[in-house]
Design a protein around this ligand. Structure first.
Ligand SMILES: [Zn+2]
Ligand SMILES: [Zn+2]
Length: 237
């Protein structure tokens, strides 16, 4: 059972897990749930931990929701380039099942199919990623201060806040919250990045500079460092 698995992974905090009613194309693929602490007061909520960030900087909270739950699709538009954004958990379905949802994987180029499949992740992992990214955001220098309720929730998952501790996962330079405002050619200066681009879970995600993320490309961080190291050795006189 999915919820059982979730409880094991969140054993450091008991969460509500009451089912939420959702609509939309893939609403039957997963049962979306409430992630507020067990026995919470008020309405159930899936992304309550983003509620404060949403009021102070909705572009950032929307980015966190989007990056944690959706694949990043092709930036170009053509019929075989694939859907631009799709739920990561939908990519766990078979080609036959996806066809029932109107997505014909066989019509896409093999490379595009592979890329989409690499972005697959189960629902619980996506929520864990969103919690991690929210935690990292609040620990950037210049970040807004969350209400205690949200701070406590995030600390229960990832430890005490340490303002200014969030670094680019790739170059290790500290990231400032203000970087979310900087965009070049319509793309944010901060991107969600993966230590291993083929694994989407809380341990494997963080934020990075757009330039760094582009440089890392499809390599794991380890492979990327080894590559840089090789270049530096060959280039040094
Ligand atoms: Zn609830
Ligand atoms: Zn960087």
């Amino acid at each position: 059972m999915k919820s059982q698995k979730f409880k094991v992974r969140f054993n450091y905090m008991e969460v509500c897990l009451k089912p939420l009613s959702t609509t939309g194309k893939f609403s039957k693929v997963v049962q979306r749930k409430c992630f507020l602490p067990k026995d919470h007061s008020g309405k159930c909520s899936e992304f309550h931990f983003l509620s404060h960030l949403h009021t102070v900087k909705s572009s950032v909270s929307n980015k966190i929701r989007r990056d944690s739950t959706h694949t990043t699709g092709a930036a170009w538009k053509s019929s075989d380039a694939g859907p631009n954004r799709i739920f990561r958990w939908a990519m766990l379905l078979s080609d036959e099942e996806l066809l029932e949802y109107g997505l014909d994987m066989s019509a896409l180029k093999p490379g595009v199919q592979l890329k989409l499949r690499e972005k697959a992740a189960d629902y619980d992992s996506c929520i864990e990623v969103a919690i991690k990214l929210t935690y990292l955001t609040y620990n950037m220098a210049g970040a807004p201060t969350p209400p205690d309720e949200i701070k406590n929730y995030l600390e229960a998952h990832h430890g005490s806040f340490d303002l200014g501790s969030t670094k680019c996962e790739i170059c290790q330079e500290p990231l400032n919250f203000a970087l979310f405002n900087e965009a070049k050619v319509g793309r944010a200066a901060i991107e969600t990045c993966h230590l291993n681009p083929r694994i989407h879970n809380a341990q494997n995600v963080g934020f990075g500079h757009r330039e760094c993320n582009i440089a890392q490309g499809n390599k794991t961080l380890e492979e990327f460092y080894a590559w840089i190291d090789g270049i530096l050795k060959r280039a040094s006189l």
